[in-house]
Design a protein around this ligand. Structure first.
Ligand code: DX5
Ligand code: ZN
Length: 222
């Protein structure tokens, strides 16, 4: 399996000191910066957009930015995130009229496309898309807020997606998002995830490096 990546969700960072917070999690060993974009339309919350992504990029963030778009429609904003320096752009199939077109659009703009599955979204959406994706995101909470409880049916879903990725023979990251903590990350890794989003578990802890280290240790136990 691919090297595990830890992706702190900046949704739980101190927004008044965002640049410093991102520097701190990178220093603490994070692999990518999970950037949650919410529009108060597709999800009932409102967060940050391409301007903030660009500001972080200019601030000197070298780690890849993992833009998780919880917005509808998606296509209008994709080029803006590409320009703002996003590496991955992940969207929800329910949030676009034409899923294949959105995937192509992300690719054309030089970014890596990801598709996100809400807890009740079936995996059928992978039937004609997996061959074009670089990332599959399994939501283990309903999107919109940090600090929610992990929904355990996500584990079975991860196992299914892992099998499909293996069968495809392609290099696709399998990301879990929502309620990831030190004490459940081992089971999540065992179910097949290789990319772990954690917001409150990291930013809510007193020592980001210790938390990320503990997460890696639990993942490695297998
Ligand atoms: C929820 C977001 C998550 C969230 C994770 O809609 O996509 O990235 O911030 O936060 P925690 O780790 O606190 O569940
Ligand atoms: Zn997210």
């Amino acid at each position: 399996m691919a090297t595990p990546w830890i992706a702190p969700s900046i949704l739980s960072a101190d927004f008044a000191r965002l640049g410093e917070e991102v520097d701190a999690v990178i220093r603490a060993g994070a692999d990518l910066v999970h950037f949650d974009v919410m529009d108060n339309h597709y999800v009932p919350n409102l967060t940050i957009g391409p301007l903030v992504c660009e500001a972080l990029h200019r601030h000197g963030i070298k780690a890849p930015i993992d833009a998780h778009l919880m917005v509808r429609p998606v296509d209008r904003i994709v080029p803006d995130f590409a320009r703002a320096g996003a590496t991955y752009i992940t969207f929800h199939p329910e949030a676009t009229e034409h899923i294949d077109r959105t995937i192509e659009l992300i690719r054309e703009h030089g970014c890596r496309p990801g598709l996100a599955f809400n807890p009740a979204t079936p995996l059928d959406y992978l039937d004609y898309t997996l061959e074009k994706l670089d990332l599959v995101l399994i939501m283990s909470v309903n999107p919109g807020f940090g600090g929610q409880r992990f929904i355990s049916s996500a584990l079975g879903k991860l196992e299914q997606v892992r099998r499909r990725i293996q069968a495809s023979g392609r290099d696709v990251r399998l990301e879990i998002d929502g309620g990831v903590k030190i004490d459940n990350i081992q089971a999540i890794a065992r179910a097949g995830a290789d990319t772990f989003v954690a917001g409150s578990a990291i930013f809510g802890s007193p020592d980001y490096a210790a938390t990320i280290r503990a997460m890696r240790e639990h993942i490695a136990r297998g």
